[in-house]
Design a protein around this ligand. Sequence first.
Ligand SMILES: [Fe+2]
Length: 460
Amino acid sequence: MQDDMSYVIPAREIDGTIPDGIRGIFLRAGPARNELAGQPFGHWFDGDGGVSSFRIENGQVHYRCSFVKTPKYLDESAAQKVVYRSYGHNAPGGFFKNFHLPANCANTSVVYHGGKLLALFEGGRPWRLDLDTLQTMGEEDFDGALRPRETYSAHGKVHPDTGDYINFGMAASLTGPRVDLFRVAPDGRMAKRGSVKVDRMAFCHDNAMTKNFLILMVMPVSFKRPLNVMLARETIDQNMEYQPELGMKVYVVALEDFSLVRTFEVDPFTFAHCSNAWEDRGELFVDVLELNQQQGEEAKAQYRDIFHQPFPATGKMQRYRFNIQTGAVSPENLPNDLPCEFPQWDWRRTGRPSRYIYTAGICQNDTPGFYNALQRIDLSNGEVKVFDAGCGRFVSEGIFVPRKPDSPESDGYLLSAVYDANTQKSELLILDADSLSEPIATVRLRNHIPHGFHGGWSPL
Ligand SMILES: [Fe+2]
């Protein structure tokens, strides 16, 4: 991304017609500057966060994008070189310049909740932006409830019954590693905090939420030689490794009071993202996108340098059933067609049984460098529908938007920001979520949006 932008795409410039029912803001976030003065950062995760918003109203779109003006962005822009330690590179200057967590680059997701637009990064606190201008307002601490150096993940979830935003953050302390838990009320106030002790500081990127429980799956992806990280002999990326011999635990926490209900031991696996989860007669059903089994350097390279990999990281949908009474765990395969990532569902059904999963995926169109397709999995009958974005065209996570607030599940639209390598520009695609056939509307931008991570939809 080159610069902050703001412009309107009028209805006459849009292919197709934006349906009357679509009125809201589609949001995207991702690493939007991945180098300085020609020197690439050490890792895709270290790119400075850029947020895009598509305000869709009256059949037209007001597009905006802006860098999040974090200290990392501002100081490194001024210096035109790396100043801070990040995930994939250390700062020049040895131990004394690297004795801190990776710099917050606010690049992972963006959510509008409680009257606040927040750019999220799991290694630090959120950054607040102005919804109308995307101007950076500052680091959000919820009136002091979120302390400096505490973390707030990029995968919080809105509870559809209460409107609360439930989130978590990994933390180190003198008494050992823990996961902090947060409940933010619909008015944007931090209403409750809690914490659960865990076995180790681990890569813990997403969680699952049912009506009454939060399910924290703590993978054995952790520091291999922690002293080397502290002494800045290695980067964090070099040091974090999948260590299945350490085992894997799943912590089930009650949403009501953040008390630990039960801990499960599972056979280790790796994942970045969960889909929906729900509970039924004492069992928890958690759908998770289990990553393929590449480990070590091969797996790390898929994330580190996304721009020069033949394939991005993918996996397949799996379901884990946890019996709270007996402690039994059973995994089962879900229907899959494409190697996939970025699972999504109808957020009105978060925590309750849902029939459909939408993912980004890789189809056979001879241009596999990034996710080039969207798929919809029907869990009731195993049917999978695929939308092939076309040669050299790469999708973002697809976000479901209902046709009307009370429309049935999957009666609505799937929105995705597509980067077209043929024109080096991006566009917003609006698909019928049920058929995944030709786009209902294509909104072409004057610029590209770099390959990113997450975002969402906020109705107006
Ligand atoms: Fe994520």
